[in-house]
Design a protein around this ligand. Structure first.
Ligand code: HEM
Ligand code: HEM
Length: 180
């Protein structure tokens, strides 16, 4: 026998405000856009590494498709993160569930802030590495790629924890507002 699930309450469309208890549509769109773009960076990272090694050896950039994709998508991530930062400062974010232990609240906030910092710093370091052809800038960018992977793993563990608890946290970043 199947039990009927509770109906989903439509959230009124509030273009210049964040509906209580969830993220605004723009924040949700930006979150998932950046997730998709970051995946491309890991796919093209090794191609970019090869192109960068060539540039350090010969002082000029090689004709590499991966390099262009990595650079253009990386720059788009920078733009999306700046947009996100503006939205976050203007609209804020919903409070974590009351049931959450304070150490988990602190960890989750720290991971969110770290995402903003690293996803803005990484493209800048990548561009500087290509422009100035300084090996340490590329090295710092490569280390940041591992730190980012660690943050993503922590964030996914958090998302899984909320999915298991079914406390609605996934819904607030997954469902937008209803247009009138
Ligand atoms: C948030 C955006 C970005 C992410 C997540 C990202 C991610 C990565 C990853 C995963 C690698 C491979 C690192 C390794 O295996 O050691 C890499 C390498 C590299 N990326 Fe990015 N990247 C981003 C933006 C950019 C941008 C905008 C540029 C320049 C236009 C750039 C330039 C480079 C360079 C030069 C390397 C080679 C570094 C080296 O070999 O030491 N990246 N990136
Ligand atoms: C590249 C991968 C990801 C990055 C960089 C990222 C980044 C972020 C950031 C910065 C926030 C805070 C909200 C904001 O200020 O905009 C957030 C919230 C959230 N993300 Fe992700 N995210 C990623 C992937 C994912 C994935 C794959 C899931 C899978 C379910 C997910 C689920 C969530 C949830 C549920 C929230 C809401 C947390 C809360 O309201 O406390 N994220 N994410």
């Amino acid at each position: 026998m199947t039990t009927a699930s509770a109906p989903i309450e439509p959230t009124p469309y509030t273009p210049h405000a964040r509906p209580p208890g969830r993220y605004a549509t723009g924040q949700i769109v930006a979150h998932w856009t950046v997730v998709g773009l970051v995946a491309f960076q890991y796919l093209t990272g090794s191609g970019m590494e090869a192109a960068y090694a060539y540039a350090l050896d010969f002082g000029t950039l090689p004709p590499s498709g991966h390099m262009w994709v990595h650079g253009i998508i990386g720059a788009s991530i920078l733009a999306a993160m700046v947009w996100r930062l503006v939205l976050r400062l203007r609209l804020g974010a919903p409070k974590p569930p009351e049931t959450e232990p304070s150490v988990i609240k602190l960890l989750s906030r720290s991971v969110h802030y770290a995402f903003y910092a690293i996803l803005i710093a990484m493209p800048l370091f990548g561009m500087a590495a290509l422009w100035l052809k300084q090996g340490w800038l590329g090295w710092a960018h490569g280390v940041a790629a591992y730190v980012l992977a660690g943050l993503i793993a922590l964030h996914l563990a958090g998302a899984l924890w909320h999915a298991v608890k079914r406390d609605g946290t996934i819904h607030r970043i997954a469902r937008g507002q209803t247009y009138p």
